[in-house]
Design a protein around this ligand. Structure first.
Ligand code: PLP
Length: 402
C-alpha cells in the first residue's frame, strides 16, 4: 500500500478540497454548477491585456532554454524598478525571485526559513496556502485575529500576545483574501514595528495591490521600512487577469545583513526548481510596463465594481446575512447570523447548497476562520450569474432558517 507522507497529515487546502470533488461528480452527471469559489478571472470572460499575449508570442523562440534560476535579468530589473518608483529605494534586481506563481514562492520562502516547531503568525481568516505551506515546512501556524467589527483589521494586541521565542515570521495579506480589507498606513506601520521589535521576517502578500475600490489606497509594506526584512509577493494572476501564466515575483528588502543565510537558502531552493516558466516572464515584462491596466474595471461603472456592488447589495438584503463591504480583491466574506442559522458544520452547508442549488462557495473554516458562520463568495461572474446565484442563496437560507 502506498501511503501519503506523514508530513502531509495536517496540511489542509480546502479551497480545492472535498467540495470540489462533489461538484465535479455533479458536473459529470450533467448538472450545471454556478461556481463562485475560485479567484480565477479567465473562465468568467476576463482577458489579460493583449500586450501580455503579444509579448509571449514575440519571444517564444528565445524562450526555449532554462534561464537564471531567479528569473530573467530583465524581468528582475523591471520588478526592482517598479518597487523603486513605489518608494522602496533599495529595491534591487539581485533580491528578486521570479516564480511559477506566487504559490511556488510562498512555498519556497517558508521552506527556506522554518524549522520543526517554529511559529509563523498568520491572519484568521487567511489565504490557506500560507497555513498549508507553514505546516508542510514543519512549522506551527499561529493565527491572529482579524476583527470583523472594525472592518477586518488585524488585532495588534492578539498578535503581540501570540509571539513566543519560536515566532519567526508575520504574514500580512493586503488587500486581503478573503475579507477584501485594505489596510491603512498607520496600521501597516504598527505591524512593521511588531516585526522590528521581535526580529520577525515580514511576509507581505500584495497580489491584489491593484484591485482597489472606492478610492482605497494600497501602501507596499516594503516602502514603509528600510530595516525590517520584508518579502513582498505579487504576480500576474489577479491584477493582470492571467492566472494560467503562473507568474509571480518575490522581492526581498530591508536589512539584508541579517539575511545572508536565509537568502542562500532561498537561492538553493530556486536552483532546485531550475527556473520559472520562461515565456511567461516576457508577459511579466509587458505587465509591469503598464501596471494599472486593470483600472477601468474598478471604476464605479467598471465591470468588477458593478459586480461587487450587485453581489454585496443582494447578499446583504438576505435576512440574517451581514458583510463588510470589500475595498479590494475579488471576494465577499459574509457572516450568517448564528441566531438565525444554527450551523455547526460549514463544509456540510456548502455541500448541501451545492446539491440543492447547484452553486459552489467556500466555507469560512477553509480559511481558518474559527467559527462555522462565514462563507467566501467570488464576485468575478457576470452580473446575470451573480443575480441568479444570490437569488438561489437567499432562497436556500430562508428555507434553512424555517
Ligand atoms: N496569495 C493570495 C492572497 C491569493 O489569493 C492567491 C491566489 O488566489 C495567491 C497568493 C496565489 O497566486 P498565484 O496564482 O500567483 O500562485
Amino acid at each position: 500500500m502506498h501511503k501519503k507522507s506523514a508530513k502531509l497529515k495536517h496540511v489542509c487546502y480546502d479551497i480545492r478540497g472535498p467540495v470540489i470533488v462533489e461538484a465535479a461528480r455533479l458536473e459529470a452527471a450533467g448538472e450545471h454548477i454556478l461556481k463562485l469559489n475560485i479567484g480565477n478571472p479567465a473562465p468568467f470572460g476576463f482577458t489579460a491585456p493583449p500586450a501580455l499575449l503579444d509579448a509571449i508570442g514575440a519571444n517564444l523562440h528565445q524562450s526555449q532554454g532554462y534561464c537564471d534560476a531567479r528569473g530573467l535579468g530583465q524581468a528582475r530589473e523591471l520588478v526592482a524598478r517598479h518597487y523603486r518608483t513605489k518608494g522602496v529605494t533599495q529595491a534591487s534586481a539581485d533580491q528578486v525571485f521570479i516564480g511559477n506563481g506566487v504559490s511556488e514562492l510562498i512555498q519556497m520562502s517558508l521552506q527556506a526559513l522554518v524549522d520543526n516547531g517554529d511559529e509563523i503568525l498568520l491572519p484568521a481568516p487567511d489565504y490557506p496556502l500560507w497555513t498549508a505551506c507553514t505546516v508542510l515546512a514543519g512549522g506551527n501556524a499561529v493565527h491572529y485575529r482579524c476583527d470583523e467589527g472594525s472592518g477586518w483589521q488585524p488585532d495588534l494586541d492578539d498578535i503581540r500576545a501570540k509571539i513566543t521565542p519560536r515566532t519567526k515570521g508575520l504574514v500580512v495579506i493586503n488587500p486581503n483574501n478573503p475579507t477584501g480589507a485594505v489596510y491603512e498606513k498607520g496600521l501597516l506601520l504598527e505591524l512593521i514595528q511588531i516585526a522590528r521589535e521581535h526580529k520577525l521576517v515580514l511576509f507581505a502578500d500584495e497580489i491584489y495591490d491593484q484591485i482597489l475600490f472606492d478610492g482605497a489606497v494600497h501602501y507596499p509594506m516594503a516602502a514603509l521600512s528600510e530595516d525590517v526584512l520584508t518579502l513582498t509577493f505579487n504576480g500576474l494572476s489577479k491584477a493582470y487577469l492571467a492566472a494560467g501564466f503562473r507568474q509571480g515575483w518575490m522581492m526581498v528588502s530591508g536589512d539584508l545583513n541579517l539575511a545572508h543565510d536565509y537568502l542562500e537558502g532561498l537561492s538553493m531552493l530556486a536552483n532546485m526548481r531550475l527556473c520559472a516558466n520562461v515565456p511567461s516572464q516576457h508577459a511579466l515584462l509587458a505587465a509591469l510596463s503598464d501596471p494599472e491596466s486593470i483600472k477601468p474595471l474598478l471604476l464605479p461603472q467598471g465591470r468588477l465594481c458593478q459586480q461587487r456592488d450587485l453581489a454585496y447589495d443582494m447578499l446583504t438584503s438576505i435576512k440574517g446575512v451581514s458583510c463588510v463591504k470589500p475595498k479590494g480583491a475579488l471576494y465577499l466574506f459574509p457572516r450568517l447570523d448564528p441566531k438565525r442559522f444554527a450551523i455547526s458544520d460549514d463544509q456540510g452547508l456548502v455541500l448541501d447548497l451545492l446539491r440543492k442549488e447547484k452553486m459552489l462557495l467556500v466555507q469560512g473554516t477553509g480559511f481558518h476562520y474559527p467559527t462555522p458562520d462565514h462563507l467566501r463568495i467570488v464576485f468575478l461572474p457576470p452580473t446575470e450569474v451573480l443575480t441568479d446565484a444570490m437569488g438561489r442563496f437567499g432562497r436556500y437560507l430562508d428555507r434553512l432558517a424555517e
